[in-house]
Design a protein around this ligand. Structure first.
Ligand code: NAI
Length: 475
C-alpha cells in the first residue's frame, strides 16, 4: 500500500520547502519530493534559487566585488596590494561550498520538522478517493498518496530560438555559474536581472562584457530616474550595454560564438565572444508532471492556472512560485508557500503583491518596492516625489561609496508612501524598512519623524521622506 500523507509538496525550492515546513508546523503529515541532484548524484534541495540562482550568484558577486575593491579601491584607503591575483577555480569552489551548506540546511530543516523527503521526479498518476496518487521516480520508483498537493516546480531558462543551451559556449544561468576561467570576451543577451548580475561578476574579473538588450529603455520596469542613474554607473565601470537591438543568427565554432544583430539605428553588426549567456527570462516548469492524467489546467505560457489564493482548477491541488503568475522571485514563492499551508488548515494566509521588494545585486545595488513614477503617471495618481543622494550621506562618504540615491513617492493628498526606489550601497538592506512602512500604510512623514541611527545609510531614506515635503536637512 502507498504511503499516505496529508500534504505532498512537489518541488523543494523556496516555494516548496517553505510550504512543507509551514504545513508540518501546523500539524500536517507532509512529504516533499525534489529531484535536484548534486555533483555526486545526492539530493540538492533548494531549487534554482539555491543551486543555480540567488545563492551561488551572490557568492560570485561577493568574491568578484572583493577583487574589484582590492584592484581599484583599496588604494584610496592607503592600502597597497602587491601581486594581486584571482583564482577563479577557487572562487567557483567556494560558491559550490556555499550552495552545499544551503542544500544541507534544508535537509536538516526537513528532519527537524518531520517532513518526509523523497529524492526523485514526481508525476501525477491519478485522482484517488479524497486525494492524488503521485509517482516518485528516483533511485527506486515508489508511489505516494496525498490529500492535498502543492506544486512548486519552478521555472527554466528561456532559450533563444536557433541557439539552444549547450552550457559550454551558449550558457543559461546554470552554465553561467560554472565558468572556470575568466573569458576574454563575454556576451549576454538580455540586460535584466541575470544579465546585469552575471555581467558584473565577469566585468570585475577583467572580462570584456557586452550586453545586448532588445528593449529601447534600460530596465524598463524600474523607476526610470533610478535606471538612468544605474546605467551611468555601469557605463563608468565599462559594462557595455547596447539597447534596442534585434538579435539575429547565432553561430558557434571552435573560436567561440558569433552573434549577428541589428543596432537600434538599424545597422547590421556582429559580436564575437568566447562565451554567450542568454538571460531573456524564464518559463514555468511543468515538465514530466503528467498534468494530463488529472486534467490540471495550464495557460498559454505553460504556467499552472491559479486564482488569487493559489488554488488550481482541481480540488486540493495548489501551485506557488515561478510555475504560476506573478514575479519570479524566491521571496514571492516563499510567501505563497506559507499562505497555502495556512489555507490548507483553514487559516487566512495572505500575500500582498503590492509590497514585494525587488533587488538587483549589482554595484551599485538597485532595490525597489511599490509603484514607479512612470506607473503613477500612467495610473493618473497625484503624487509627490522626494530624493536624497548618497553623496550627502556621511556614512556613504566614509564607506567610499556615494553613488546613487533614495527616491520616495507619496500620495499628494494623503502622504501615504506609494513606492520607494533605491540605487546605491546596501540598497538590498535599506529597502526592508520601506517594505515595512508600506505594509503598515505609513506616510512619508511617518518615516521622516522616526529616529534613524547616525551615521547610517538609512538616514538617506529618512531624508528622502523629508524631501517629499521639501524639507531635507542635509541637502
Ligand atoms: P528578466 O526578465 O529580468 O530580463 C530579461 C531581459 O531580456 C529583459 O530586459 C528583456 O527585454 C530582454 N530580452 C528578452 N528577449 C530578448 C531578445 N530576444 N533579445 C534581446 N533582449 C531580450 O529575466 P532574467 O534576467 O533572465 O531573469 C529571470 C528571472 O529570474 C527574473 O524573473 C528575475 O526576477 C529572476 N532573478 C531574480 C534575481 C534577483 O532577485 N536578484 C536574480 C536573478 C534572476
Amino acid at each position: 500500500m502507498s504511503k499516505q500523507f496529508d500534504v505532498i509538496v512537489i518541488g523543494g525550492g523556496p516555494g516548496g520547502y517553505i510550504a512543507a515546513i509551514r504545513a508540518a508546523q501546523l500539524g500536517k503529515n507532509v512529504a516533499c519530493v525534489d529531484e535536484w541532484k548534486n555533483a555526486n548524484g545526492g539530493p540538492a534541495p533548494g531549487g534554482t534559487c539555491t543551486n543555480v540562482g540567488c545563492i551561488p550568484s551572490k557568492a560570485l558577486l561577493q568574491s568578484s566585488e572583493h577583487y574589484e575593491q582590492a584592484s581599484h579601491h583599496f588604494a584610496d584607503h592607503g592600502i597597497t596590494v602587491k601581486g594581486l591575483s584571482m583564482d577563479v577555480a577557487k572562487m567557483v569552489a567556494r560558491k559550490d561550498t556555499v550552495v552545499k551548506q544551503n542544500n544541507d540546511g534544508i535537509l536538516y530543516l526537513f528532519k527537524k520538522n518531520k517532513v518526509s523527503f523523497f529524492h526523485g521526479r514526481a508525476s501525477f498518476v491519478k485522482a484517488t478517493d479524497g486525494g492524488y496518487e503521485i509517482k516518485v521516480a528516483g533511485a527506486a520508483e515508489e508511489s505516494i498518496v496525498g490529500q492535498q498537493i502543492i506544486i512548486a516546480t519552478g521555472s527554466n531558462a528561456r532559450a533563444l530560438p536557433g541557439a539552444p543551451f549547450d552550457e559550454q559556449l551558449i550558457l543559461s544561468n546554470d552554465g553561467a555559474l560554472r565558468i572556470e576561467t575568466a573569458p576574454k570576451k563575454l556576451g549576454l543577451i538580455g540586460s535584466g536581472v541575470i544579465g546585469l548580475e552575471m555581467g558584473s561578476v565577469w566585468r570585475r574579473l577583467g572580462t570584456d562584457v557586452t550586453i545586448l538588450e532588445g528593449l529601447p529603455d534600460f530596465l524598463g520596469a524600474v523607476d526610470q530616474q533610478i535606471a538612468k542613474e544605474a546605467k551611468k554607473a555601469f557605463d563608468k565601470q565599462g559594462l557595455k550595454i547596447e539597447l534596442g537591438v534585434t538579435v539575429g543568427e547565432i553561430k558557434t565554432s571552435k573560436k567561440g560564438v558569433n552573434i549577428a544583430y541589428t543596432s537600434a539605428k538599424g545597422e547590421a553588426k556582429t559580436l564575437d565572444v568566447d562565451k554567450l549567456i542568454i538571460s531573456i527570462g524564464r518559463v514555468p516548469n511543468t515538465i514530466g508532471l503528467n498534468v494530463e492524467a488529472v486534467g490540471l489546467k495550464l495557460d498559454e505560457r505553460g504556467a499552472i492556472v491559479v486564482d488569487g489564493d493559489c488554488k488550481t482548477n482541481l480540488p486540493g491541488v495548489w501551485a506557488v512560485g515561478d510555475v504560476v503568475r506573478g514575479p519570479m522571485l524566491a521571496h514571492k514563492a516563499e510567501e505563497e508557500g506559507v499562505a497555502v499551508a495556512e489555507r490548507i488548515v483553514g487559516q487566512h494566509g495572505h500575500v500582498n503583491f503590492n509590497t514585494i521588494p525587488w533587488v538587483i545585486y549589482t554595484s551599485p545595488e538597485i532595490a525597489w518596492v511599490g509603484r514607479t513614477e512612470q506607473q503613477l503617471k500612467a495610473d493618473g495618481v497625484a503624487y509627490k516625489a522626494g530624493t536624497f543622494p548618497f553623496l550627502a550621506n556621511g556614512r556613504a562618504r566614509a564607506l567610499g561609496d556615494t553613488t546613487g540615491m533614495v527616491k520616495m513617492l507619496a500620495d499628494a493628498k494623503t502622504d501615504e508612501i506609494l513606492g520607494v526606489h533605491i540605487v546605491g550601497p546596501m540598497a538590498s538592506e535599506l529597502i526592508a524598512e520601506c517594505v515595512v512602512a508600506m505594509e503598515f500604510r505609513a506616510s512619508a512623514e511617518d518615516i521622516a519623524r522616526i529616529c534613524h541611527a547616525h551615521p547610517s545609510l538609512s538616514e538617506s531614506t529618512k531624508e528622502a521622506a523629508l524631501a517629499v515635503d521639501k524639507r531635507t536637512l542635509n541637502f
